[in-house]
Design a binder for this molecule. Structure first.
Ligand code: NAP
Length: 259
């Protein structure tokens, strides 16, 4: 029996990952802010799969929240075998027009708490010579993205951080996977206020379920970078050979407000 702790499990990719893990007959710890949604998901998963599901209600953008989640897991005496740092959000706006509090919360959630949770859970995985971590980045990790500048930069961090840690633990029985999804139908578009973005019409959106299926398999294989979809894989590879300025202006054209 393997226990997975999934942040951002109340919706989208995180919820689908929880369903997949539960279907294997394994236990779960679900973390997010929405207590009602977590309770509903937990009781559904318990009744369908006869597994143990704990919920931890936490705003991971708050100072010390990662430590509090870790302490709650310790108090329940649960061993976390898979840590899935999935919670995250974006914001569609130019930096000068954006709300600073939203940008700061984004950095605290997407970067700080993901890093802190990894720092807290990794030592015991290394000690057991077993464990898997999956950090959710984005295809935005491969390019500067005007109008979502802070978000894309947080995802650059997640990708670089995860690849570096994967190298550090390569001989320790632990794997680290950076998941880089492209456009995925979920609560993300509402949370990022993306409705006026050209991205909503010029991208082919895939389901959160299909992304989660690919992600879970990649994590189990210990893949270091997992990019769902052929087009996303090809584009992320191609970008490396293009001038940064060109990549940045193409990104701007694709994401800018619909005229
Ligand atoms: N959808 C896309 O197109 C796309 C593309 C690339 C990468 N991603 C990444 O995929 C990950 C999952 O997003 P999603 O697409 O599944 O979006 P989603 O449906 O909006 O899910 C986001 C999850 O994060 C949780 N969350 C948000 N703020 C939180 C906070 N302060 N503390 C704790 N939990 C918080 C939300 O739960 P509560 O609101 O209940 O807290 C929710 O469960 C994110 O890291 C996102 O950046 C998404």
């Amino acid at each position: 029996m393997k226990t997975a702790l999934i942040t951002g499990a109340s919706s989208g990719i995180g919820m689908e990952l929880a369903k997949i893990h539960a279907s294997k007959g394994d236990h779960l710890i679900l973390v997010a802010r929405s207590e009602g949604k977590l309770k509903e998901l937990a009781s559904d998963l318990i009744s369908k799969n006869k597994i143990q599901v704990e919920i931890i209600v936490s705003d991971l953008s708050k100072n010390n929240s990662a430590q509090e989640v870790f302490d709650q897991v310790k108090a329940k005496n649960i061993q976390v075998d898979y840590l899935i740092n999935n919670a995250g959000f974006g914001d569609f706006n130019s930096l000068v027009d954006s709300d600073w509090n939203k940008q700061a919360m984004m950095i605290d959630l997407n970067v700080k708490s993901l890093t802190h949770l990894t720092h807290l859970f990794l030592p015991e995985m290394i000690k057991r010579k077993s464990g898997k971590i999956m950090n959710v980045a984005s295809t935005a990790a491969f390019l500067p993205c005007p109008m979502m500048a802070v978000y894309a930069a947080t995802k650059h961090f997640v990708l670089a951080f995860s690849e570096a840690i994967a190298n550090e633990v390569a001989d320790k029985g632990v794997t680290v996977t950076a998941l880089c999804p492209g456009a995925t139908t979920s609560g993300f578009q509402d949370a990022a206020a993306m409705h006026e973005s050209g991205f909503m019409t010029n991208q082919k959106f895939v389901s959160a379920e299909s992304v989660a299926q690919y992600a879970y398999k990649s994590m189990m294989k210990g893949k270091r970078v997992a990019i769902p979809g052929f087009i996303n894989k090809a584009t992320s590879g191609l970008i490396r050979f293009m001038p940064r300025r060109v990549v940045t202006s193409v990104a701007r054209k694709m994401i800018d407000r619909k005229k």
